[in-house]
Ligand binder design. Sequence first.
Ligand code: FCB
Length: 452
Amino acid sequence: MNDLQSLAALSDRFPRNFRWGVASSAFQIEGAAAADGKGASIWDEFCRIPGVIADGSDGQIACDHYHRLDADLDLIAGLGVKAYRFSISWPRIQPTGSGPALQSGIDFYNRLVDGLLTRGIEPYATLYHWDLPAELQRKHQGWADRSTAYRFAEYAALLAQALGDRVRSFATHNEPWVTATLGHELGHFAPGVKNRAVAMQVSHHCLLSHGLAVQAMRSVRQNLNIGIVLNLSPVYAASASPADELLAAREDGLLVRWYLDALLRGTYPSDILQYLGPDAPQVQAADERLICQPLDFLGVNYYSPIRSIATRPFSPSREGVPVTDMGWEVASASFTDLLLRLDRDYDLPPLYITENGAAYRDTIIEGVVKDEERRAYIESHVSAVADAIDQGVDVRGYFLWSLLDNFEWASGYTKRFGIYYVDYATQARILKHSGFWFKNLAAAFHRERISA
Ligand code: FCB
């Protein structure tokens, strides 16, 4: 088969109503950190701590997407995809995390949503992709305090009101495990707290805020599709030793079952509660029922499996296997394993792959980025999703991470995930070879003409 035939064959493996899209998040691309009344976020503040961001950078300018909105929407349209996942910056809407919506913030997302719709692209909004208003952290301890869950529900209702006439799909949180564990237990991410009891309380408050937000949004509008996005991975023991098996079961419990049992069954896993002992969160009587709201979809972000090893919590790699520039193992079959396992163990709503992609070191030669490793990563992972669909898993869409190279959190601008290369000095965007490939996949799927 030649390349075009194999693209057509791959795209034929997906149902006709499947959605192809690209994904981004507000803090990672928007820049304009203090423009038009926007408040600071915990990431703006975290970046000021010396040594926490690999290249000492911040999100002040990022991809300057805020000022280049129309051109960037044209880039999405140019890919021929019909869906775009973006996140909304809470401090752009409520600078201090409560009170009325700031009109300039609403205006920006109105332009974004309207710009997508006029280009025939469906908006998929995420309400919280880690950029908490700094004021909520300073004055109220952020997610460690229960009141933040109620503030979040108010913010969610504001957006259901402002955008819900045109945006059907809203995810409440992106990866609450990251907010809790990387932000509050390991301290690698904002706000940089290192305390497991706090982290588990944060996790509970994020889940509670999800439940409250779903209720609040549904009371504003009845026709929304509301879900949540989790980072999920299969967790494998590093060896068959009982100690490693136990560790793997525990990491799976903390990463996967903690969230899915709460969201889909209304109860935290008892083995994990027992393991946590005094670090288990304070949970009020009705909380678990509140968390378990009917969901219209579950977003799955997958990059690599976890290889449980005592010295490195939640390790995404092992010795001697191919890894990306993040050091994350490349294992597409694990993606299929994950989707089959979720389907087997849970009564799932429809799934969307809300993130999947890879960082590699790109080089531009004469204006061209030949990123064959990224292209191969994407192709193998798209096929892994098709394998799961073949075996009966209801996956409705795939969003590639990411539209643009961007601010990769604690790695700053040192890691590139985009299918558009960003030259940060000039803000020029250059479509990488992986991007051409993805565009051709979308074209094959939509039966459009494929470009060479
Ligand atoms: C996910 C995040 C996303 C990006 C990718 C690489 O955990 O949701 O913002 O950083 O990893």
